[in-house]
Structures are given as structure tokens and as C-alpha cells.
Design a protein around this ligand. Structure first.
Ligand code: S6P
Ligand code: ZN
Length: 186
């Protein structure tokens, strides 16, 4: 087989998640999160996370890589979080490596099972195929992680926008609380 890509190297800052070169950045603001928090955000429409991408062709012979920088903060009592998604091709898996900050990785199946795992410097989270995933910043510093996933996975945001996750992560007096999501639609 004749390879169709040439090898390359990207420099990743292990504290900030910055990539050099920065090829493509996705920014998500509070206004992109409509209907996802228990209460609607008010105030400044700030950027709550950035995804820095190392794009490669979207085919299953390649591995997509990115870093995510999720700011600290709350909407009501709910910590800042990513939108969360299933992969469009449901059985495509993913690995997260925690770089900085502290947070939780909330995962759910279409059948309504859920799992919650820590993200912190050095964690390697394995997200098997069929599990939707959302990261939540439960700390006071940016939560930064590296992600690698099967090249043709794609992203299905609509299912989570409609159904939500079975649990939400709230700020409690003695730390984060994972509680059932009253708005979850089975
Ligand atoms: C992609 C991977 C991450 C997320 C990123 C933002 O499969 O899971 O790179 O895209 O953390 O989350 P979201 O849910 O807005 O794509
Ligand atoms: Zn993913």
C-alpha cells in the first residue's frame, strides 16, 4: 500500500493544551449551550471551551487528535461542561488523557446506563464505542485534556440536545455532586 499522508509532528503544551502549529480551533460560548443547563445562562456570552484540532482525513484508518480547554465556572449550580455527543458512527471509541485541572467525564449509553470517571493530570480515560461523553470542569482552573478517536467517528450532538445525560454534576457544599437529571428523556 502506498501511504497517502506524510508523517508530521505537533508540539503540545502539556499545561495549557496549546498546539503549535494551531491548525483549527472550535470555540463554544454559553449561547451555544441553549437548553443544556438546568437554568438558562445569563450575563456575558463568554467562551467556555476551545477545541484545538489536529485534522486528518475522516476515515477509519486515521486517528483524529485534539486538545480541549474547558474554563472553570458555573451556570446556576451546574459546572461548565462540554455539549457532549455520541459518535455518529456509534461504535467508534476514544481515549482522553488528562493534562491540567480537575473534572469529571460523564458517559451514557442510548439505553440509559451512565458512568462517571475522573479527569486530572495523568488520567487515561477509555470511552468505548456506544457511550456518549461530556466533560465537566469541577475545579477552579481550566480543565485541559488530549483526545484521540477513530478518524471516521463523526459527532452526533442532536441526540444529547434532545435527551440530555441521565445525570448532571452540581456544585455542592462539600464538592461536586452527581445527581439524576430531572430533564433526562429516556
Ligand atoms: C471528540 C472529543 C473531544 C470533544 C471536545 C468538545 O470526539 O470527544 O475532542 O469534541 O472535548 O466536546 P463537544 O461535546 O462539544 O464535542
Ligand atoms: Zn468524542
Amino acid at each position: 500500500m502506498k501511504p497517502s499522508l506524510d508523517p508530521f509532528t505537533v508540539l503540545m503544551d502539556l499545561q495549557t493544551g496549546a498546539l503549535d502549529p494551531t491548525v483549527e480551533t472550535v470555540e463554544r460560548r454559553l449561547s451555544d449551550m441553549k437548553g443544556m443547563y438546568q437554568v438558562e445562562p445569563d450575563g456575558d456570552d463568554q467562551v467556555i471551551y476551545r477545541v484545538l484540532l489536529i485534522p486528518v482525513p475522516e476515515r477509519n484508518s486515521e486517528i483524529q487528535c485534539s486538545t480541549t480547554i474547558l474554563e472553570p465556572g458555573v451556570v446556576g449550580d451546574e459546572y461548565y461542561m462540554t455539549k457532549g455527543h455520541f459518535h455518529q458512527v456509534r461504535d467508534r471509541s476514544e481515549v482522553y488523557i488528562g493534562l491540567a485541572g480537575e473534572g469529571l467525564l460523564v458517559m451514557a449509553t442510548e439505553q440509559g446506563d451512565h458512568a462517571v470517571e475522573p479527569i486530572q493530570p495523568g488520567t487515561v480515560n477509555y470511552v468505548p464505542g456506544g457511550w456518549a461523553h461530556r466533560s465537566v470542569n469541577t475545579g477552579t482552573e481550566p480543565l485541559v485534556f488530549f483526545a484521540a478517536y477513530v478518524g471516521d467517528a463523526g459527532h452526533d450532538y442532536g441526540t444529547i440536545e434532545t435527551r440530555g445525560f441521565p445525570v448532571v454534576v452540581l456544585r455542592g457544599a462539600s464538592g461536586p455532586r452527581v445527581v439524576p437529571n430531572p430533564r433526562y428523556r429516556r
